[in-house]
Design a protein around this ligand. Structure first.
Ligand SMILES: [Fe+2]
Length: 125
């Protein structure tokens, strides 16, 4: 259960070509939503890309979700909540593997990986 609500889901297109922009979506708890309260929430998601044959993964972005109902009047009183979901547009010169890491303020760090291959008639890898 804990794994199903914490492991980041990385969604990428089935067909990606070298140098062409595409969107990567990362979310937490798509099937079963993770709690989003002042007391229990996803604080951030980091996205990395490790190019095939490369020595190091490269950081794509760090996305902090800082609104969880915190207010002067108390926990869960503010009208703003940021759900742990992001979309980023990237383009790549090589295929490789995306790594997403997510931090739950209660249950710690969770990670997932998604391999990206180049495809389509104009693939140039
Ligand atoms: Fe959690």
């Amino acid at each position: 259960m804990e794994e199903r609500i914490h492991v980041p889901l990385i969604e990428i297109p089935a067909q990606v070509r070298a140098g062409e922009p595409f969107q990567v979506k990362v979310s937490i708890g798509k099937e079963i939503p993770h709690p989003n309260t002042t007391e229990h929430h996803i604080s951030w998601i980091d996205l990395y890309f490790h190019p095939e044959g490369g020595r190091f993964p490269r950081q794509v972005g760090r996305f902090a979700f800082v609104a969880h109902g915190e207010a002067v009047s108390g926990a869960n009183q503010a009208p703003v909540y940021a759900d742990p979901e992001l979309v980023v547009t990237v383009y790549l010169e090589r295929p490789g593997t995306f790594h997403a890491m997510a931090l739950c303020n209660i249950h710690g760090l969770w990670q997932s990986d998604e391999v990206l291959t180049f495809g389509g008639p104009a693939a140039a890898n």
